[in-house]
Design a protein around this ligand. Sequence first.
Ligand code: SAM
Length: 312
Amino acid sequence: MIEAARTTGREPTAPSVPRPAAPAEGIPAPRRVTADLTGVPETALWTLRHRAAEAARPDTVLPDPRAVRLAARLDFPEQGTVRPWLAQGIALRALAFDEVVRAFLTDHPDGTVVALGEGLETQFWRVDNGRVRWVTVDLPEPLALRGRVLPHGDRQRLVACDARDDRWTAGIDPARGVLVTAQGLLMYLEPAAATRLIGVCAAAFPGGAMVFDTVSRRFSARTRRGGKGLVGRRMPPMPWGMDTAERPLLREIHPAIGEVSALPLPAGRGLLGRLAPRLTAVPLVRNDCPLLTRLRFAPAPVPAPDRSRRSG
Ligand SMILES: C[S@@+](CC[C@H](N)C(=O)[O-])C[C@H]1O[C@@H](n2cnc3c(N)ncnc32)[C@H](O)[C@@H]1O
């Protein structure tokens, strides 16, 4: 059953970074929150920590004070050290998604963004144009944590639903334009479930678009064997992997998928940052790179005029 919740309210008082500031006299200290997610939802804490660490730098590629304040307020489970190069990589991925959302909002200022598996992403506050409607879809536990620690407003809706359950599509009007984002989600689904979800979006949102990232087949296989990830920790299995050569096949998932585009990472800082937009062209790493893909869906066919009602 889908629980839909819309929360309004004031932003919780936020501590300064990196440690909570001592509260002024008479003002109660903001309550710290234990972020005790496990399994795949725990990965939302990992990505938040990395984006926040990057955002806290004076030369950051992803200004995001809200993520910094949020991360400072949470007590995280032990997740290892944040590596600056990886933090920048995660932030560049978020920035690539931001660019797609901003371009969508330029064309559809009153459109709807549906963020599947949004976890503790603070993208809404990075890209908000004051008009967008925003739907966050995630599993009940991470969604409840999100609802507690972020100040959602009237244009935001939280939907506790497994993305594999089509009921999250209910109540989303495709008329003003819909962009579905799936940042860091599809790799955690079985291949059939991931491709089915793409087909469900193509059918539900005519004229819309979808943007998502994927890991390579080799990386996916490594996680399924229980291998350690980039930071020396075991990662939850990522059953769906896709290589660059397979990307054009995405069009075969559903007849409404009209355009399949590769999106490069934006350029960042230092050597890695300069290489980021070209990683998928570098021979030794091209088949290990995460890929970003945007799909555009065909508009609904215009119904033919009903000639049978013409008087003769
Ligand atoms: C790696 S985190 C990404 C979070 C966020 N998009 C980001 O980039 O920081 C994966 C997210 O997908 C969510 N998730 C995993 N499986 C899901 C499913 N079947 N349906 C909905 N959300 C799911 C997790 O709860 C988590 O929030």
